[in-house]
Structures are given as structure tokens and as C-alpha cells.
Design a protein around this ligand. Structure first.
Ligand code: AMP
Length: 397
């Protein structure tokens, strides 16, 4: 069975064609600058990278171009579109409308339109991607795989905000979380790696990338997560503020003459470690700046690690214990100093890092970086959201 995984953004579209026999990636790539002059497709197959410069006025053109390359005699990996058994689409937000992976039909797409406002930066793009695929591949089975599904198991006392309950019921304002496919993948991989039944494990998964979220996974199900109604909540991120007293927003908007919309753009794009350091949203730049003596870069890194540590501690309490901490995503997989800072000082709770093991260079494999006598295993696991989307889609068929 072959599954095409699609992750559509507003002006970009990433894809992977996965052979589910052995979960191997036959081809992958991405379209850039859809609807903007200077369109480009980067396609990787047969160990080669091919670049095609071609205008793509809309997502339908982008999907058509991707399919053209997938079946191409030279750069392609399949003979015809018929070899694709189904398409799995990544969708950021499901609200309460969809609790699990869902097959696409007309009614489902009407609901998707209705909940698009929950993730205005992401969901409309996913709708464009689905509609484009339905146009170019009519009749092909398609699944929506939601980033929020893995968090649907949170108990009500964890996902509720303490607002007027009637407003929750009317507007569905509550915590939904994000990065669910990543948290699901790495918690599952952790159990496999440790040869343990996941139902017996209490795991904190730290997805630390440009966007960062931390989840409590007890017995294989998510019981809490750091992101909220939107991905703005939780720890400070590349450019997002993370948790902040909302009254401070009103104050800042008044002082800076910003509307609520502008205030939200400010919190999403100008804050986080970029805002604190004034250097960069990229942790490589921050580490270099800190080494060169930049104290604001030092402060940004300290704030990030401190908040991550607080979530680890909170989730240890929420789960009544802790067996495994997993680090994943760009920062989690590549930045030993951040991992060391997050788990440093937790020795009293059985969390002990092996500094030598922690200094490994990312090679795409799973690494156990805990000390021999650490009761809690500390694992670094490369994430793979696409494989979860492909597995979910295949399972639905
Ligand atoms: P992601 O959103 O998962 O792609 O993660 C992106 C972030 O990971 C970047 O902004 C960097 O801060 C960080 N990152 C990625 N690769 C490295 C690396 N090799 N070393 C240090 N940080 C990295």
C-alpha cells in the first residue's frame, strides 16, 4: 500500500510518498511560493534532489505538478496515480468537531470550513490542499489527520479554561494542544525502544522546535499538554511568547497603540526568544551569541529551559510519577545544552543525565542520554510526523 502524505501551508505544500510495506519514503519534497511569482518544486527521489522552477498560481497547480513528477519516467517513483492507495492530509486544528482521523467527504469538508477560524493561519491552507487533491485525484480516498487528535484524551479538568462555562459551551474555547502526531510518535517509539508496554509508562514528551510543546503521556494517552486554544500558549518559542498574563496584552496594546489583531501578531511573530534576545529565533544563533557574551541571548536560553523544566515538573505531578523524558524536534534533537538545562536539578526526582552521552551528534537514531543510575530514562528520538499520518490513513482504509 502506498500513501501520499500532504502538508499544505498557505503558500507551500510538502509531500511524502510512503510505501507502507516497509514504511520507506519513496519520494518527498515541497512546493514553494504557491500563488507568488518565483514558484519552485524541490523533489527528492532515488537519492537525488531535483529542482523545478515553475509558477504555481494555486494549490491545484502545485498538486498537479507534484503528481506529474511522482509518475515521471526519470524522476518519478510510480508508473501511475493508480498506485497511490490514499492521501493523508495534515490538519492543525480539529476543535471538538473531529476527535480522530476522518475520511474526507462533502459533509466533512463543510465542517472543516466551519472550524477553519480555530487555526486561521493553518486550517484554510489544509482545506486548499484537500480541495486541490480532490480535483486532481477525483475518487481517491483521503484522510484528515489532526495535530489535535492525540490530545483528545485530556480529561476535562485539564483542557478547560476557568471562563464562564456557558461561553465554553457556546464558543468551544478550551485547550486543544498541537504537535499531537509528534507526541504520539515519540512516546510510542520510546516504549518500543525500552521494550516496555506503553500502558505501563509515564512519559513527558518535549517537542522543542521553532514551535515547542510539552505533553504528559500516561499509559499511552495524552493527559495534558502545554499548548492551548492555539499554539501561542506554553513555553516561549522562536517568535511566540508562550504563556503570558492576558491583562499584560491589553496594557501593551494600549501603550504601543496596537489593535487586538496587531497585539496577537506581535505575540506570535515578534516575541519568544527572538524578542528577548534581539538576536534570532534560531537556537544555533542564540548559543553562538551567548558564547560571545551576549547576555540577552543567555537570558532567552535560560527562560526557555526554565519554563520547559517547570512543565516537566508539573506533568510529573499530574501523572503521579515519571519513567521517561523524550526530547524531539529541531532543538530537542540537536541541542545538548538545552537538554542539559531542562533536566538539570531534577536529580532528586530520579532524573540524571550522562553528559558524555548527551554530547552525541544527531545521526537520526534514538539515543539514551541518561546516566546508568538514572531512574528516569532520558531519550532523544527524531520525530516523524509523516509516518504517523501515513499509518493513520492506512489504518482508516
Ligand atoms: P523545527 O521547528 O523542529 O524544524 O526546529 C527548528 C529549530 O531547531 C531551529 O530554529 C533551531 O533553533 C533548532 N535547530 C535545528 N537544527 C539545529 C542544529 N543542528 N543545532 C542546533 N539547533 C538546531
Amino acid at each position: 500500500m502506498k500513501i501520499l502524505v500532504i502538508n499544505a501551508g498557505s503558500s507551500s505544500l510538502k509531500y511524502q510518498l510512503i510505501d507502507m510495506e516497509n514504511e520507506s519514503v519513496l519520494a518527498k519534497g515541497g512546493c514553494e511560493r504557491i500563488g507568488i511569482a518565483g514558484g519552485k518544486l524541490i523533489h527528492k527521489a532515488h537519492g537525488e534532489t531535483y529542482t523545478f522552477e515553475q509558477e504555481m498560481p494555486n494549490h491545484t497547480d502545485a498538486i498537479a505538478l507534484v503528481l506529474e513528477k511522482l509518475v515521471d519516467g526519470k524522476v518519478g517513483v510510480i508508473k501511475s496515480m493508480e498506485e497511490i492507495d490514499a492521501v493523508g492530509h495534515r490538519v492543525v486544528a480539529s476543535g471538538e468537531a473531529f476527535k480522530k482521523t476522518t475520511l474526507v467527504d462533502d459533509d466533512v469538508m463543510v465542517t472543516m470550513e466551519e472550524i477553519a477560524e480555530l487555526a486561521p493561519l493553518h486550517n484554510p491552507a489544509a482545506i486548499l490542499g484537500v480541495n486541490a487533491c480532490r480535483k486532481v485525484m477525483p475518487g481517491k480516498k483521503m484522510a484528515l489527520v489532526f495535530d489535535t487528535s492525540f490530545h483528545a484524551t485530556m480529561p476535562d479538568y485539564a483542557y478547560m479554561y476557568a471562563i464562564d462555562f456557558n461561553d465554553y459551551q457556546k464558543y468551544k474555547v478550551r485547550k486543544y494542544g498541537a504537535h499531537g502526531t509528534s507526541h504520539k510518535f515519540v512516546s510510542g517509539e520510546a516504549a518500543k525502544y525500552l521494550k516496555k508496554d506503553i500502558s505501563e509508562l509515564k512519559i513527558v514528551t518535549c517537542h522543542l522546535g521553532n514551535g515547542s510543546s510539552i505533553s504528559a503521556v500516561k499509559g499511552g494517552v495524552c493527559i495534558d499538554t502545554s499548548m492551548g486554544f492555539t499554539p501561542l500558549a506554553g513555553v516561549p518559542m522562536g517568535t511566540r511568547s508562550g504563556d503570558i498574563d492576558v491583562a499584560a496584552i491589553d496594557f501593551l496594546c494600549a501603550k504601543k497603540g496596537m489593535s487586538i489583531d496587531e497585539g496577537l501578531t506581535y505575540l506570535n511573530k515578534k516575541c519568544g526568544v527572538l524578542g528577548i534576545s534581539g538576536v534570532s529565533s534560531d537556537f544555533r544563533d542564540l548559543e553562538a551569541a551567548k558564547k560571545a557574551g551576549n547576555d540577552r541571548a543567555r537570558l532567552a536560553l535560560d527562560m526557555f529551559a526554565y519554563d520547559c523544566k517547570k512543565y516537566v515538573g508539573a506533568y510529573m505531578a499530574a501523572m503521579g510519577g515519571l519513567d521517561v523524558i523524550v526530547f524531539t524536534a529541531g532543538i530537542g534533537e540537536n541541542t545538548p545544552d538545552v537538554r542539559a538545562a531542562v533536566v538539570g536539578g531534577l536529580e532528586a526526582f530520579g532524573v540524571k543525565l550522562d553528559e558524555k552521552k548527551n554530547a552525541f551528534k544527531n545521526d537520526g537514531a534514538i539515543h539514551d542520554v541518561s546516566a546508568e543510575d538514572s531512574r528516569v530514562r532520558i531519550l532523544v528520538i527524531p520525530t516523524n510526523e509523516e509516518i504517523v499520518i501515513a499509518r493513520e490513513t492506512a489504518a482508516l482504509l
